[in-house]
Structures are given as structure tokens and as C-alpha cells.
Design a protein around this ligand. Sequence first.
Ligand code: CP
Length: 312
Amino acid sequence: MRDKFRARHYLAMQDYTAEEIRYLVELAADLKRKWTMREPHEYLRGRTYGMIFEKKSTRTRNSFHAAATALGAQSIYLRPDEMQLSRGEPIKDTARIIDRYFDGLYIRTYGQEIVQEFAQYMKNPVINALTALEHPCQGLADLLTIKEKFGEWKGVKVCYAGDVYNVCHSLMIGCGMMGMDIYVAAPEGYEPVPEILACAQQHAAKSGSKVIVTRDFDEALRGADVVYGNTWHSMGENEAQKEKRIQDFMPYQINAQAMAKARKTAVFMHCLPGYRGEDMTDEVIEGPQSVVWDQGENRMHTVKAVMVATAV
Ligand code: CP
């Protein structure tokens, strides 16, 4: 399996098969075990990775730094405003130069076409640290967390309530791949990208699960094992519509009443950052069903798996 990944870009969950995603999650679980047992795992000793973040980040950026250090590699933050990119140097020129210096690039940006262009001009792996279309590193951490909490994926029901966007897209595909039912609860007018919905539903048809987009929050919550929240206004994308979005999404707030409609054994997940009083309440994130800190930690173990698997 390792040979299938070598020098491969990790741009989207939809580019991978269910077997490949399963392999990455299993590798992450093994790396987590080593990290927990303080077993050395410096598989990337002497390598150097570049990082470009055009948007803010706490988890994605810092988990990558920590992951690189634990793997014996260095990660160097390339400030977009200090690079010639900001003065109009073409991506294809930047990409070919970066490729000569670094063993890989981790990039958070706007359109998927930007990471695709970097990938087109780089032989070393490009890893998507979030675009408008997908957040595939978050998707892996979500799968690992669910596996840890339930011991398996098949048969788990996920209720997702939040912006129907990158995180939701990767989660839909991951659930479809692994045989989990996912109900995306959102108001009228907030829909997944059709190609993502189709991809997730194709995987679900194979794995025997369901990918449903519904206006009915109760239907999504009924029997849910995972209640997954996300912001209602995605960073740098639709913040101008913040007030309208808060109004539209308020019936989908994950509060104690909503959690009570899911299974008693349900866990609360959230990619974070979350907005208490909007997409969830303080009592839910701080409550006994919340697994958000484990989920956040898993960002580090899963990105390590991507780095190790894709390294040239
Ligand atoms: N979940 C996530 O991507 O968090 P950051 O924006 O803090 O990286």
C-alpha cells in the first residue's frame, strides 16, 4: 500500500479510495500509539516541509509543526505576504522553486484550483490544509476519532449541523466510504456541492450506508451516535452574511435539548473553532458527551500519517 502513496498529493478525500483512506487512518492510529508510548518514530528525519497559510489556523497549522517535529522533520512557515506570490509571481513559478527546497508543501487557501496548481508543478507531495471544497486532513481525524469511540464505523449514524462546506464535504465522503449513515441538517439554501454529494452517495451505495441532506434536524438527531457541529459562517468565505446565517441556522443549534434527541451514548464532535451560543452551547462542549479535545489531538496523528505515507 505504501507504494501507492509515495509522492502522491493529498488534496481531497474524493481523490482516494475507501481502502486508501482506511490505510491512512490505521497508520495514524499506529503513530498515535507510538507517540503515546513515547516510542521514537522519526520516519522523516532530515526532511523539510514548507507551509503556506492564507487563512488563520490554530489546529491545522500547529498540529503540523508538532507532527513534523515528532517525525524528525522541520516545518517552515512561509508567510504569503512576505513572498513574491503576494506581488503577483505566478503559482507555477513559486511551486517549482518550493519543490527544489522542500520535501512537501502544506497549504491552506481559498479555491481547490490553487492547491491543484501547486500540485501540478510539484513532484513532492502537496497536502491540502483546507480549501473551500474540502478539509481532507480534518476528515481523517474525524474518522479516527469515531473509530476510537465506537470501535468500528459500520452502522454508526452521524448527524451534522453546521455550514455545508469544506469540513462537511470531507466528512460526507468519509462516512459514505466507511459505511456510516450521515444526515446533514441545514436550512433551505445551504446545500453541498453536487459533485461531493454524488461522490459521497456513490461510496455509500457501495458500503451500504446513507448520505442524506435534510431540513429536519429531529430526523437527523434521532438515533444519532455522533452529533457533529461546525460554525455557521466559514472563515474568509461567507462572513459578510454572518447575521443572516445566524438567523437561518439558529434552529439547528446543538444544545442540551438537541443532544437529548440523539442516543444516550452519543458523542459531540466539532472541528473547532466553535462559537458558544451560536452553533453549540457551552454546556454541550464542556459536557460529558464532548470528545472535541480528543478529536483536536487526532489532527496531529492523522497529518503525520499523510506525511509519512506520501513522503518521496
Ligand atoms: N479545524 C480546523 O481546521 O481548525 P483551525 O482553523 O484552527 O486550523
